[in-house]
Design a protein around this ligand. Structure first.
Ligand code: HDE
Length: 706
């Protein structure tokens, strides 16, 4: 937009603007308006005439306290922040819908799980655990997977993680766990990382943590996307039916996009290239109409089955293998709407494990009981008062009627005289209890001596850790070993490193030896185990790669083009990608784009040094001869191909790309290189990308694999 006179006073107040403003930065400038409906106002609704200049005495004189517009604006700004969550501070949410496909009415009174075809509104927030609100998305960390169902019987929250077990068995240890993993208190680093002394000190002194540690060291903690990870309610809950019969249940979310993670070296680089990689991915998928979906699965079991299991299902460090109790799919969650405002929804959403509805109840898992206290308590601190349920994202969609009143920021205030019950005001006396439809706790038998004790049935800490490890494919086992070596190499104290390895000896001797060797450490004595490690059978559901996607849909290809790239080939490739439902971006030497060999101009989404190959699931390197010669002199273009190769990605290429590969030191050509000399090759290349990576290549590009 050309220079335009945009005087702050719009020439109407009579107050002159004394100096010339820089203008012409394009788009809409801060012009004044005659349109009453667009008039800027204060929080009190008073129209504002000048939002650029504060009120002062004289042209260069002091600012006046009288300026209520200035004071209100700054006052509000000063109070914009609320405390970030003490854990799971960095998160990203979206709205969606849950549709029931298989009724559980035989097991529960919960309406949301009874009516096949019924759609229930949901809000979901994904998160990392340890990092602060501004930390990067690809930290090696557990991911939160919290779902709020706005059911007809009230709000039900499944506040889960992407890992089905937890680090500790007793909530009294939670503050220590969190203190240990977050930044060390004196130096306030490292940010969003478990790779430091305090974390491994705590973990190596906590045998119960080692099942979860194995998951944490697997690629589960560096997911490709929120869309490609599972979710788990972790604890056993109860479903209670109309006859009052209770059945234990564990909740699972299974991504229809399949499971997928990135490599650690990739994660490290994504964090630099795009710290918002996961939130951008979710936002873009939803904006583009590619709505991510998860199936809700339940593992249902009775006390008899629970008694048969070789561990206690009330222990949150244990899972129930799907081979023992199958997962029954009962519904589908679809995320179909991004938030209108991040703060209003994602920041203010208040999940509470205590939010259950009639027909859903708690088990005696002690960790769950601790959580039931903690979540309600923490919302008070974060959201400033007991009326956080009045905030739209937290408000039930069904009627809310009770005699709770007042408090900070009360938005829904009942009318009428009666604010207590019982009362004798008849029909005007407000709401009444309803024993027919109201919430009734399952009348579980409870007795015992009051004592601080850990159940004997919680004592086996290594059998499921081993089961997890032996359930992984060899490349996944290698990644676990690499992760342990990486993390423990950041630990300064050698005795802590050794103590960590002493636990691995109880999980898998081969893994212990690999990690000790990777650390340059003599193999320590095994840790003292309360119970011997059992050899439980492998479970294929625990592997990521055995549960990957079937297609390239929803994943993204980076297409490196230069001036003179073949138009015909570019068209064939993008057509094949679109047919697959995949995404693509053009990466070019200049963001303005390139001119193809037929004169077509193509815009770029990334300049080559802003769009490294770590941002893509696969790459097509299609320069012209001259373009390849130019890129061969560019460090970031060489990184583009060298990283794609190192990260085992499929690489489609033009004949001219060879010069760039050679310059980048990528001289080996395996079956992951696909020549796109003929346009017909494009479809076959996209099909090949359905397999996640060419894992066999890792043996050639990683010293640790040799
Ligand atoms: Fe949490 N956890 N947690 N946690 N947690 C919080 O609540 C807590 C645990 C989980 O997106 C806090 O609102 C205790 C297990 C998620 O807003 C806090 C214990 C699992 C989220 C809290 C646990 C989780 C939280 C911090 C051990 C998986 C983010 C802010 C007894 C099943 C929810 C907040 C969101 C958040 C306490 C253990 C998942 C402090 C005391 C196990 C997904 O209340």
């Amino acid at each position: 937009m050309a220079n335009q006179s945009t005087k702050r006073d719009g020439g109407k107040t009579g107050e002159p603007t004394r100096y010339a403003e820089p203008q012409g930065h394009g788009g809409e400038t801060h012009q004044s308006t005659d349109d009453a409906s667009r008039t800027l106002t204060t929080q009190q609704g008073v129209p504002v005439a000048d939002d650029q200049n504060s009120l002062r005495a004289g042209e260069r004189g002091p600012t006046l306290l009288e300026d209520f517009i200035l004071r209100e604006k700054i006052f509000h700004f000063d109070h914009e922040r609320i405390p970030e969550r003490v854990v799971h501070a960095r998160g990203y949410g979206a709205h969606g819908v849950f549709e029931l496909t298989d009724s559980l009415a035989d097991y529960t009174r919960a309406d949301v799980l009874s009516q096949v075809g019924q759609q229930t509104e949901v809000f979901v927030r994904f998160s990392t655990v340890a990092g602060n609100k501004g930390s990067m998305d690809l930290a090696r960390d557990v991911r939160g997977f919290a779902v709020k169902f706005y059911t007809k019987q009230g709000n039900w929250d499944i506040v889960g993680n992407n890992i089905p077990v937890f680090f500790i068995q007793d909530p009294i240890k939670f503050p220590d766990l969190v203190h240990a993993v977050k930044q060390e208190p004196d130096r306030a680093f490292p940010q969003a990382q478990s790779a430091h002394d305090n974390y491994w000190d705590f973990a190596s002194l906590s045998p119960e943590a080692w099942h979860m540690v194995m998951w944490q060291m697997s690629d589960r903690t560096i997911p490709r996307s929120f869309r490609t990870m599972e979710g788990f309610g972790v604890h056993s809950f109860r479903l209670v039916n109309a006859e009052g019969k209770s059945t234990f249940v564990k909740f699972h979310w299974k991504p229809r996009q399949g499971l997928q993670s990135v490599l650690w070296n990739e994660a490290v680089k994504i964090n630099g290239a795009d710290p918002d990689f996961h939130r951008r991915d979710l936002w873009t998928a939803i904006e583009g109409g590619d709505f991510p979906q998860w199936d809700l699965g339940v593992q249902l079991f009775d006390q008899e089955t629970a008694d048969r299991l070789p561990f206690d299902h009330l222990d949150s460090t244990k899972l129930i293998p799907e081979e023992e109790v199958p997962v029954r799919i009962v519904g589908t969650l679809t995320l179909n709407r991004n938030v209108d405002n991040f703060f209003a929804a994602t920041e203010q959403v208040a999940f509470c494990t205590q939010n259950v509805v009639p027909g859903i109840d708690f088990s005696d898992d002690p960790l769950l009981h601790g959580r039931n206290f903690s979540y309600l308590d923490t919302q008070l601190k974060r959201l400033g008062g007991p009326n956080f349920t009045h905030i739209p994202v937290n408000a039930p969609r069904c009627p809310v009627m009770n005699f709770q009143q007042d408090g900070h920021m009360a938005m829904h205030n009942p009318k009428g005289r009666a604010n207590y019950e019982p009362n004798s005001w008849g029909a005007d006396g407000g709401p009444r209890e309803n024993p027919t439809i109201g919430y009734r706790s399952f009348p579980a038998e409870v007795q015992g001596t009051k004592q601080r004790i850990r159940a004997e049935t919680f004592a086996d800490h290594y059998s499921q850790a081993r089961q997890f490890f032996v359930s992984q494919l060899p490349i996944e086992q290698k990644h676990i070993g690499d992760a342990l070596v990486f993390e423990l190499s950041k630990v300064e104290r050698v005795d802590i490193r050794a103590r960590a390895v002493s636990h691995l000896r109880l999980i898998d001797e081969g893994l212990a030896a690999t990690v000790a060797d990777g650390l340059g450490l003599d193999l320590p004595e095994p840790a003292q185990a309360a119970k011997p490690t059992l050899d439980l059978p492998p479970s294929s559901k625990l592997s990521i790669l055995s549960n990957g996607p079937a297609d390239f849909k929803g994943r993204k290809m980076g297409i490196l083009l230069t001036d003179g790239s073949r138009a015909e080939l570019f068209a064939a490739l993008t057509k094949a990608l679109e047919a697959e439902g995949a995404l693509w971006e053009v990466v070019a030497p200049k963001i303005g784009g390139v001119t193809l060999d037929d004169g077509t101009k193509v815009a770029a989404q990334q300049k080559v040094d802003g769009g490294p190959s770590v941002l893509y699931d696969a790459v097509a390197v299609l320069p012209s001869e001259a373009g390849a010669a130019m890129l061969a002199k560019d460090a970031t273009a060489k990184d583009f191909v060298a990283d794609a190769f190192a990260h085992c990605k499929f690489i489609g290429h033009s004949a001219a790309a060879m010069g760039l590969f050679d310059a980048a030191g990528v001289t080996e050509r395996d079956e992951g290189f696909v020549s796109l000399a003929k346009t017909q090759d494009a479809g076959a290349f996209v099909s090949q990308c359905r397999a996640l990576r060419l894992w066999s290549r890792e043996l050639g590009v990683d010293l640790d694999a040799a």
